[in-house]
Ligand binder design. Sequence first.
Ligand code: C2O
Ligand code: CU
Length: 454
Amino acid sequence: MLGLVGCKTRVDARTAPIILNAAPATAPVLGELEAPTEIWAYNGQTPGPVLRVPRGGELAVRLENGLAQDTSIHWHGVRIDNAMDGVVGMTQDPVTPGTGFDYRFACPDAGTFWYHSHNRSWEQVARGLYGVLIVEEPEPPAVDREVTLVLDDWRLDEAGAIHEASFGALRDWAHAGRIGNWVTVNGKPPGDFPIRAGERIRLRVLNAATARIFAIAVEGHAAQVAALDGFAVAPYAPAESVLLGPGQRVDFVLDATGEPGGRYALLDDAYDDPRPIGFFAYSDEAPLRERFDAAPTLGETRKPAAPDLSDPLRSDMIVAGGAMGGLGQAMLDGEMKGMRELAQAGRVWAVNGVAGDLDKPLLSARLGRTVAVRMVNDTRWPHAMHLHGHHFTVLSVDGTPDPAAGSVWRDTHLMMPGEEAEIAFVADNPGKWFFHCHMLGHQAGGMRTWIEVG
Ligand code: C2O
Ligand code: CU
């Protein structure tokens, strides 16, 4: 366990920080038997080290920049102190090569979170700069074991190296993003996860890809969804595979109901027929147990404050642009520009007619105000809309009330082409909070805004 920082381990009131060194490294992206791939990594590994902290505990991390370009770290999903949010140009200055930055913040919510670069993230995350942050429940749920799966995809060239020439390609940015051609789980090609019959496993799954959507299910098992984006839900067995947009997490309670010696695929059917991205490989041992109790509810997660919907601060967030999107013009550097000029500046998307300018927030809310945002995806592409510093609940999708409103809390909502969704949250974390598409090329290409709280 790395860097457990809590009251018990407090030394002189301030704990020594965990060092995360961002630097070029090599990793077995192609598999242990192949030549390693040159990547960028935290402490030489991708995913970076798993950070664990007890709920309410403080995490102290010193980022050291061993890259040749500026960087920063964002703590995705944590209802964090704004100054620690890691957004270059909004909450902090860039961490220049050879320098460092000290992050120190409390983690108020238990759950599965993650950290990643937030500068040129379309390149830095795609090269491997991310890791999992686990905030532990004070009373961990009764499971035999935890397994964490970090899904990613890479765009590799014929030699197996990261395809560098296409970084920043507007063609990708204006379409689905930088979809890769090589899927990894925990930084390696799909392989076996050992399991014993009768085990109960908490399976934490993160989609760290910069564009690819996954839709996962475990063949032959009724894995129950127990948390979404870190926040506990009443456990349920989904009827279909679980969609996971970039940045999203799901925790499953997986009861090993398969046969000893059996092999069951972890399936992904986001884009086409189900294909395996790993296998649960059962040992020959006799089952650990024959019957399973009802799945435990995870965590005593602190629920976000219930929105007061009698008189919310309402706002529209209309995203437009991209290939086949018919975006004629949008604001760029405070002036209305046509598509050609926008493209020349690398902007191919707009939020409310603004192509990535950040001079004005989408909305300003006083502290404690309920905010309702109508998000309209007026494009031909799915988008994973991520709000920093808060969790929101989805009130409706395409006019149909969401039965999970008020009980499911997310930091990222995957919007389908043409979709209109209404979300609500209580703006109770003061600061400037980035709000953007987590298809990171879309973000760079203009699909971004921010909100101001307090
Ligand atoms: Cu996980 Cu602004 O990002
Ligand atoms: Cu997008």
